[in-house]
Design a protein around this ligand. Structure first.
Ligand code: SF4
Length: 68
């Protein structure tokens, strides 16, 4: 499964990093990026980890995508 971010949709609200601090981080302007890679997608287990699921649900602009 893939977890993707769409920085163009991000409004820098900070919720994803609160929900999953090991996964999400921010540029200096507050726009989302992954904590451990500059890529805009990471592979995650099919059984989506709870912290990523919470961040996905919390994102108000759907800037986080979960995809098979
Ligand atoms: S929750 Fe969504 S809008 Fe808020 S910082 Fe994260 S990606 Fe951006």
């Amino acid at each position: 499964m893939l977890c993707k971010i769409i920085p163009n949709k991000c409004i820098a609200c900070g919720l994803c990093q609160i929900k999953a601090p090991n996964i999400f981080d921010y540029h200096d302007n507050g726009i989302v990026l992954f904590a451990k890679t500059a890529e805009e997608a990471i592979t995650i287990p099919d059984d989506v980890p709870e912290d990523i699921l919470e961040a996905y649900k919390a994102c108000p602009t759907r800037a986080i995508i979960l995809e098979k």
